[in-house]
Each structure stands twice: as C-alpha cells, then as structure tokens.
Design a protein around this ligand. Sequence first.
Ligand code: ZN
Length: 267
Amino acid sequence: MIILIFFVLGLIIGSFLNVVVCRLELAESILGRSRCPHCKVLIRWYDNIPLLSFILLKARCRNCQGKISWQYPLVELATGIIFALVGYYFFIAADIQSWAETLFYLVSFSLLITVFFYDLKLMEIPMIILWIGVIWAVSYLVFLDWASFNSVNGLLFSKIISGIIGGGAAFLFFFALSYLSKEKWMGAGDAYVALWAGLIMGWPKILLALMLAFTVGAICGIILIALKKKTIKSQIPFAPFLAGGVILAVFLEKVLPQVEYWYSVFK
Ligand SMILES: [Zn+2]
C-alpha cells in the first residue's frame, strides 16, 4: 500500500518535473497553469492527469490534435517507479530517521531526473537545478553529522567529509577530462554534475556510480554509432549517465550485498 502511495506521488511529481523542464527551457515562471505547446489553449485539469491522460487522449491535444511528446508519460513513469523504489528500500514508517533519508533521496532524485531529461533534450545542464541539488545534499550531510554528533565515530566517519572527498575527487577527474580534451570528451558542466553526484554518494560509493555511468554511457555510445545515429566525433551528453549512475548505484547497494564488500576495499 505504502509503495502505491509513493508511486502515485512520483507520478504527480514527475508531471511537475515535465513542467519544470519545459519552462526552464522557455525561461518561463514555474507557476501558472499548463498550455498546449501547439495551440496555447489551457489544458483542462482532467486532461492533465499523469500517465492516464496521455493514454486516454491517444497522445494528442484535445483542442488542436497536436501531438503530445513522449517525454511527458516517460518522465512521469520513471519518477513514479523511482519514488516507489525509494519508498520500498528506505522508508520505515516507525523510524523517524528513515523519513529524513527518504525525503533526501526523493528530492535529490527528482532534481537528477530533471537534469537527465533537460540535458538529453537540450544538451545543456540547468545550473539552477544543479545548485539547488548541491545545497540540498550539503544541508542533508550537515544535518546527519549534527544528528550523530555525540557518537564516538569521530571525524573519520563524518558524512560531510565523505561527501566532500567523493565530490572533490569526481569533480577533479571530470574537470581534468574536460580541460585536457578542451571540452571535446566532456563538458565543463559535467564536472559540476560529478561534484553533486559525489556529495550525494560520498566516498567510496561515488566510484560505483561513476563506473555505472561510464559503462552505460559506453554501451549507449556504441549502439548509437552502430545505428549510425552518431559518429565517434559527435557529442553525447554525459550528465544523463551520471544522474542515472547515481540512482542505479543507490539501489544496487540495497539489492546486492556484495556491493557493501566492494566499498570496504576502497575505504
Ligand atoms: Zn493544442
């Protein structure tokens, strides 16, 4: 039941993220009701139900029959599934600390999904979303350290230090890639996404996220080249792979107990 609530919440947030992606692109205010991008008619509330409206309207605007982009149901469904997984793996109603962790992942993943689709669509990183994500991650880490201030763990296990090391290492690595290749392999913006990813994951967990990002990125690159959609020289945005790598790594640790062991090697 709780999973279903998380799923529906994810659908609604996903619907909102679609609006964020579109309005950031057009530099419009996030408030105000949605309009059809073709005929500019206000979309009625019953035509604005996540997932369902897309199916019922057969991907067309009720007014002008203009095509509705696949982006909308895709973002909604992806957000719904990711929210359901966060609810399943992190949320325990009786444990107040799990509420904080759940909220942290829900917000961070929502922002990552926004960056994912925005960069995929426009080959550009929405810096405002990125900095909100960085501030959110730092605040959470400081809160965690403050909450466990009296424990004997000491500095070595401090979350904020682990986050800074993870973020710093990832940032330097991507910054070097971008600098050495004069932004041909990697854009400078990707280095900031890597910094954010490192803050979310911490050290050494960021390594798994980066490995997943590069593996999936390489596979997609090969497929695109094989399909002749891209050549070796063409730019493929990397931030979506980083965002996906972080989300995958967070869940992989929960699914595969081996991951825990793998991390301990790098500590
Ligand atoms: Zn229309």
